[in-house]
Ligand binder design. Structure first.
Ligand SMILES: [Zn+2]
Length: 473
């Protein structure tokens, strides 16, 4: 409450006047006595861009927002400070209800689609124009924290509330989206909601037969949460390209850079995208003592050699933006006195440059073939599980975010999102941008995840002002 900025009760009328009649004011205010009165009355020059009024009067209620973040974190299957909120569970449904209620209190019209993406819309004064959207997710992987995703949903609601308090009226409608299942926890599919919004036909089809670890089908789970009543119609979720004129997501950085450098706002210029590869080698195995070294074809050593090759090929790209990780390496039968007869690797490689990343994938594939030949093992599987293209933020949105943070006198830094987000998929149907705020030591996906109330409030202000600019655009 202490951050609330008091203003004259008549000020909203001033804004309404300014926004509805900008062309008139800009052309006539010098000779128009009414305009002069407005100038004197408001204390601001009327020919300044309208957003400067907003940046001066924007009051983010940081304490209430923090209270909401804390409340939402109690919808969890594990005890505080950890948060566990998995898709379509009882806690997820309760958390969704909490968000829909806040959207309603903010005066937004709320709708949900067949998989539970939730939309809260504030109609602009030119509602026929394509809307500007913002949003994020509220699902949380087991034993994680309370800020990942949540800041971009509750923060967006507070951004709208702050704009309403300031008297702002959007030209383009503003819409908040809560995306279903950004985390892959339950069905192994990340960004499920935003992938579908972006029109992923293969996913819509695959979901008809997808089951979770308990063999509960996606559709049954969705139905238990009140969604997917018409199981053949997941394509109803698809949005047309151009459904939004812009999409902006506010998110904690999930990395240490902003905090280390003491910078308030990260302006994301690109989102790196992962490719995931599954590799299996097979050899003859055998007794660790009895089979002599020249006679072995050790599937474990093939895997070890490929893991080092992944590192080599990634480093050869010459860019720090290329990364590669062998996060899973399993050996069969997994006994100290047995030569591995099977090995299984899962490789994640990411870049902001799709071509460069695909070169790395190609080299990893060639190495796998060479290593198999040299070690006389079989390369029984080399499967690229997914290969999402990375995306760049839209220039006009970057400019809007930059201008917003400058008007608010906040320090800022251009950066790359190395984790991926719903924004990666929204970029397929809308120009996209992301705002990062610092988080403690870059921690995420664990209970220690933390962002200060002040940093969150700064992010919400930048989001609000960015929405203003994009709405009037
Ligand atoms: Zn997230």
């Amino acid at each position: 409450m202490s951050m609330r900025f008091s203003y004259s009760h008549s000020l909203p009328l001033v804004f309404l006047f300014v926004f509805c009649s900008i062309p008139t004011i800009l052309t006539r205010h010098n000779e128009d006595p009414t305009a002069k009165t407005m100038h004197d009355f408001s204390g601001y020059p009327v020919d300044e861009p309208p957003h400067s009024f907003i940046s001066n009067s924007l009051s983010v209620d940081a304490q209430t927002l923090q209270k909401q973040i804390n409340e939402l974190s109690t919808f969890s299957d594990t005890s505080s400070p950890s948060v566990t909120r998995v898709l379509y569970t009882e806690k997820d449904v309760l958390a969704r209800r909490y968000i829909k209620n806040l959207m309603g209190l903010a005066g937004l019209s709320v709708r949900e689609d067949a998989v539970g993406n939730i939309f809260g819309r504030w109609d602009g004064f030119e509602p026929e124009l394509t809307a500007v959207a913002t949003g994020s997710h509220i699902d949380a992987i087991p034993y994680s924290g309370k800020y990942d995703g949540v800041v971009g949903v509750l923060g967006a609601i507070e951004a709208i509330n702050a704009l309403k308090r300031s008297g702002f009226k959007p030209k383009r409608s503003l819409e908040i989206i809560l995306f279903t299942s950004e985390e892959p926890t339950r069905f192994g599919i990340s960004c499920l909601g935003s992938r579908l919004l972006a029109g992923d036909v293969a996913l819509a089809k695959a979901l008809k037969t997808t089951v979770d670890g308990q063999n509960i089908s996606f559709l049954d789970a969705a139905r238990s949460a009140g969604y997917a009543r018409d199981e053949d119609n997941l394509s109803s979720v698809f949005l047309k390209k151009g459904s939004y004129s812009a999409f902006v997501e506010l998110h904690i950085e999930q990395g240490p850079i902003l905090e280390e450098e003491g910078v308030s706002i990260g302006i994301v210029t690109a989102i790196a995208a992962p490719a995931s590869i599954k590799v299996d080698f097979e050899g003859n195995g055998g007794h660790a003592g009895a089979v002599l070294m020249p006679n072995r074809n050790d599937a474990g050593l093939a895997a070890a050699e490929l893991a080092l090759a992944v590192e080599k090929h990634v480093l050869e790209s010459g860019s720090v933006d290329t990364v590669g990780t062998v996060g899973i390496l399993e050996l069969h039968p997994g006994a100290i006195n047995s030569i591995p007869s099977k090995s299984h690797l899962k490789i994640d490689t990411r870049d902001i440059d799709e071509k460069r990343r695909n070169v790395v994938i190609q080299k990893i594939h060639e190495s796998a073939i060479t290593i198999a030949r040299k070690r006389k093992v079989t390369l029984s599987e080399f499967n690229i599980i997914n290969q999402d293209p990375p995306v760049l933020s839209e220039k006009s949105i970057i400019e809007a975010m930059e201008a917003a943070s400058k008007e608010l006198n906040l320090t800022q830094k251009f950066m790359i999102s190395r984790a991926y987000h719903d924004s990666l998929f929204m970029a397929r149907i809308s120009p996209m941008g992301m705002i990062f705020i610092p988080c403690y030591k870059g921690y995420s996906h664990k209970p220690e995840e933390y962002a200060s109330t002040e940093d969150i409030a700064n992010g919400v202000k930048v989001l609000a002002l960015t929405l203003v600019k994009l709405s009037l655009h």
